[in-house]
Design a protein around this ligand. Sequence first.
Ligand code: SF4
Ligand code: SF4
Length: 69
Amino acid sequence: MDDWVLPEINIERCDQCGACIEQCPTGAVEMGPRGPFFARPADCTYCALCDAACPQGVITCTYEIVWGR
Ligand code: SF4
Ligand code: SF4
């Protein structure tokens, strides 16, 4: 599970609105008792839609993906 990069989740600020889960195209994240968690981490494509959807800045994609030539 440590072989791929995942968005960071700072769960303390989460109000469990569910926007990140609604926006995730792959179903990688699900809602847990305190907020989202990676139920299927291998399905995460690091698309950053969850980051863009979160109004609280809880879930963030730290790394920028740059395609080589
Ligand atoms: S980065 Fe994309 S695929 Fe990964 S959890 Fe967020 S929305 Fe889902
Ligand atoms: S969008 Fe942000 S505040 Fe809403 S459930 Fe997801 S992580 Fe929590």
